[in-house]
Design a protein around this ligand. Structure first.
Ligand code: ACO
Length: 432
């Protein structure tokens, strides 16, 4: 394999080093390009730019492969649970029994949110966006735990285990608090003895004098949903977390920025768009046939939401897992969801249709995740916050890589300026 590439500009050759990852991914190292040639590499949206070396997640979109720390997502979905996968993503290895116990204990002990922070939440309008509330609450964590969030990598890394557990556990608690606050219900405190997902369901759905009774199928479905979102390489919100972290910002602050990035409908909000689409197809009495015809028009407003992916051009392995889980979960819970039938019709029709096949458009993870959340009892406006709970381990692992890299530099891309060239200031009286 080539070890250098060559760039020719005005008859002069410039050698550029080639990098190869452990799975054979190739890159041309352009870091010295500007100094050597005066040119920068232009890649709007970074679609073809490697911004870092990472040991966390391997994703091969052409072949539908997703692995965390080398372990295929299919195996994790089958054998693991969210907490264990979170440990793997963050620490690089599956935990042994002692590590698993200690990690679980740290999560359990750090689940509660300070009383003062509850007052912050109560300052929001009840109809505020759950993602706005979540990012603000996470951004407030350094104020309550300054010893864990000093904005000094060396110091923050010394307390990393506690900060990481706090972030995962508290984000889940905050999401449940947001749900209760919006419904006008009193907050429910976490119970230390409950496993991670059951504790979340308890904080969401317990009634006064009547605790939520865990349903194994629901806990399993929730575990799977969170696990499938645990990390996804350099997506918009994870890259944002890394970018903010690269300025030496602490873990909580960096994660809060990631959560802001996740809130957009092209990223974490897509699962809501899928459910809205399925609901409107249902309300119009269509079985999906008319919608498929309209989706082929090429108009962005008629897109088949939950289909297509910026990176997966074969299939999204998470979509397969979650699609199969939908059938099992709904059957076990005795739910007959008409939206699932519509989703299946849409999928079958699209997979046979040349428009979708030739453009390599397959279901993505969002196509079925909303149906599972609906079965679990999560309202649609909370879907993206669920994505944030799931993605927390990925943000944490990526922040840790940035903080631990002695050769790391602040993320600072360049641009091609296309604005006005130099001109003189005109006093306001002369501006016409
Ligand atoms: N429905 C119908 N046509 C589509 C769809 C779709 N969902 N997605 C892409 N196309 C068509 C485009 O119109 C275009 O057609 P053309 O070649 O005739 O012009 C072609 O497929 C390629 O489209 P691009 O937008 O270039 O594909 P890209 O890979 O850039 O976009 C994206 C990926 C944004 C995910 C897109 O497929 C989409 O909008 N999907 C629906 C939204 C969605 O599900 N987003 C969730 C992504 S997963 C996540 O973030 C967790």
């Amino acid at each position: 394999m080539a070890t250098t590439a060559s760039l020719k500009i005005d008859d002069k050759d410039y050698p550029l080093p080639v990098m190869v990852g452990t799975e054979g991914e190739k890159a041309i190292d352009t870091r010295a390009l500007r100094a050597a040639t005066g040119y920068i590499a232009y890649d709007q949206g970074y679609g073809n730019t490697g911004s870092c070396e990472s040991q966390i997640t391997y994703l091969d979109g052409d072949n539908g492969i997703l692995r965390h720390r080398g372990i295929p997502i299919e195996q994790l979905a089958h054998y693991s649970d969210f907490v264990e996968t979170a440990y793997l993503v963050i620490y690089g290895e599956l935990p042994n029994q002692t590590q698993r116990k200690e990690f679980g204990l740290r999560l359990r002990k750090n689940a509660a949110v300070e009383m003062q922070m509850q007052k912050i939440l109560e300052g929001f309008p009840t109809n505020a966006s759950p993602m706005a509330m979540l990012s603000a609450m996470v951004a407030a964590l350094p104020a309550y735990h300054p010893e864990l969030a000093t904005n000094d990598f060396q110091k923050d890394l010394k307390n990393f285990d506690l900060a990481a557990a706090m972030a995962i556990s508290k984000i889940r608690t905050i999401v449940a608090m947001i749900y209760r606050y919006q419904k006008g219900l009193p907050f429910v405190f976490p119970k230390q003895e409950l496993p991670f997902c059951d504790n979340f369901l308890h904080m969401m759905f317990s009634e006064p004098y009547q605790d939520y009774q865990p349903v194994p199928e629901v806990s399993k479905a929730l575990n799977l949903l969170l696990l499938l979102h645990a990390d996804h390489e350099q997506n918009c919100s994870t890259s944002t977390t890394r970018m903010v972290g690269s300025s030496a910002a602490n873990l909580f602050t960096s994660m809060s920025a990631g959560i802001c990035a996740l809130s957009g409908p092209l990223h974490g909000g897509a699962n809501v768009a899928v459910m809205q689409m399925l609901q409107s197809i249902h309300d119009e009495g269509d079985d999906g046939t008319r919608f498929i015809a309209a989706a082929k028009s090429g108009s962005k407003s008629n897109r088949l939401m939950g289909f297509g992916h910026a990176v997966y051009k074969n299939f999204d392995p998470r979509a397969r897992i979650i699609g199969d889980a939908c059938d099992t979960v709904l059957a076990k819970l005795g739910i007959d969801d008409p939206l699932l039938r519509i989703a299946k019709n849409l999928e079958q029709a699209a997979l046979k249709d040349d428009y979708f096949v030739s453009r390599k458009l397959y279901p993505n993870v969002d196509f079925y995740s909303g149906i599972i959340m609906r079965a679990v009892g999560i309202p649609m406006n909370m879907f993206t916050t669920m994505f944030a709970i799931g993605r927390a381990p990925g943000y944490i692992a990526n922040w840790k890589e940035v903080a631990s890299n002695p050769k790391g530099r602040i993320y600072r891309p360049r641009q091609i300026y296309v604005g006005a060239t130099k001109r003189d200031y005109v006093p306001i009286a002369l501006r016409g």
